[in-house]
Design a binder for this molecule. Structure first.
Ligand code: NAD
Ligand code: ZN
Ligand code: ZN
Length: 336
């Protein structure tokens, strides 16, 4: 089978022929049909974060495919079934976080495409308990971006407690943001979309955004304040300055949800306005298996639209370049 491998951090990925992996106890082998390119995969390949992955590794945590072999003890999945393999590749199931519905905070978790080989490959392994069935009728190429971009933004809006009378700012309308706009609309909110690309702003409008803010020409915080300030802002752009701007665009009691992970990101939080304004700054990391099941259910019901372009895995390095230069409409999906 073919896999795109990070041999050394910061170097182009190498396409490699590898033997089909053998599923261990509790695992399944999946024939990958579709694999999304999340910006996180680029951070992984570049070693952008304090906790670095160890090369060689195969990135990819928006994997969707067909179960083809079962490891010992797997009884709830069967060959032929379509599953999705998210970032949360495994969690212990016993710790305080796992037991309180926060498996995404498990200290022992294993992350797909980071701590273990991921979905930039024709075949991959997954822990059966964390490979989520994809509902019938959902196209694998649409299921792929939902598996990270979808669940992450759906969860971030839950964390912010967004309601129908709220103004929600979506800062960055890329892979994550284009789905965030839709989930915020489903929650009934008024949506302000912020980006620095005409195409992305046009896409946000098509997907239901009410207010469009071009951060090249206007100060997003000032525009949000003209509308009374945002009840919630999702920081999805890979640029730490946008976090401070989103924070400054909150109304009193508003919540900034940090989601993007720019390398070495530091945000200054002004004490005075945070205290007097009762504002919150919250981090949010992906979503649970239950969140992903809800994301799939919404999509199967026809309530979300996934915007994607398909590419062959062999073009992985060019694709990374396109994402970094903001030339992708929303998401690239490798069609296997
Ligand atoms: P992306 O490249 O598809 O989207 C980023 C968007 O930000 C683009 O539309 C770009 O035009 C826009 N942007 C860039 N500069 C901007 C600026 N100054 N103002 C406004 N918009 C700007 O990336 P993505 O795949 O959506 O991922 C975004 C970030 O989220 C990455 O850092 C990724 O690692 C992170 N991420 C976090 C989680 C999590 O669980 N917390 C999950 C997935 C991804
Ligand atoms: Zn991701
Ligand atoms: Zn745990």
């Amino acid at each position: 089978m073919k896999a795109a491998v990070v041999k050394s951090l910061g170097e182009p990925l190498v396409l490699e022929e590898r033997p089909d992996p053998l599923p261990g106890p509790g695992q399944v082998r999946i024939r990958v049909e579709a694999s999304g390119l999340c910006h996180t995969d680029i951070h992984a390949a570049h070693g952008d974060w304090p906790v670095k992955p160890t090369p060689p590794f195969v990135p990819g945590h928006e994997g969707v495919g067909i179960v083809e072999a079962l490891g010992e003890g797997v009884t709830h999945l069967s060959p032929g079934q379509r599953v999705a393999v998210p970032w949360l590749g495994w969690a212990c199931g016993r710790c305080e976080h796992c037991l309180t519905g926060w498996e995404t905070l498990c200290e022992e978790q294993i992350n797909t495409g980071y701590g273990t080989d991921g979905a930039y490959a024709e075949k991959m392994l997954a822990h059966a308990d964390f490979a989520l069935p994809v509902p019938d009728g959902v196209d694998p190429r649409e299921a792929a971006p939902l598996t990270c971009a979808g669940v992450t933004t759906y969860k971030a809006l839950k964390v912010a407690g967004v309601g129908p009378a709220d103004l929600v700012a979506i800062s960055g309308v890329g892979g994550l943001g284009h789905l965030a706009v839709q989930y915020a609309k489903i929650a009934g909110a008024t949506v302000a979309a912020i980006d620095i690309s005409d195409d992305k702003l046009r896409l946000a409008e098509e997907l239901g955004a009410d207010i469009l803010i071009d951060a090249r020409e206007e100060d997003p915080a000032a525009v949000l304040q003209q509308h009374g300030g945002a009840h919630a802002a999702l920081a999805l752009a890979v640029n730490e300055e946008t976090f401070a701007t989103a924070l400054a665009g909150l109304r009193r009691g508003g919540k900034l949800v940090m989601v993007a992970l720019p390398a070495d990101g530091i945000v200054q939080v002004p004490v005075f306005s945070t205290v007097l304004g009762g504002t919150s700054v919250i981090g949010s990391i992906v979503g649970t298996r239950q969140d992903l099941a809800e994301v799939f259910r919404l999509h199967a019901a026809g309530r979300t639209r996934v915007v994607y372009e398909t590419r062959p895995l062999s073009s992985v390095n060019e694709c990374i370049d396109e994402v970094l230069h903001g030339r992708v409409r929303a998401r690239i999906v490798f069609d296997m």
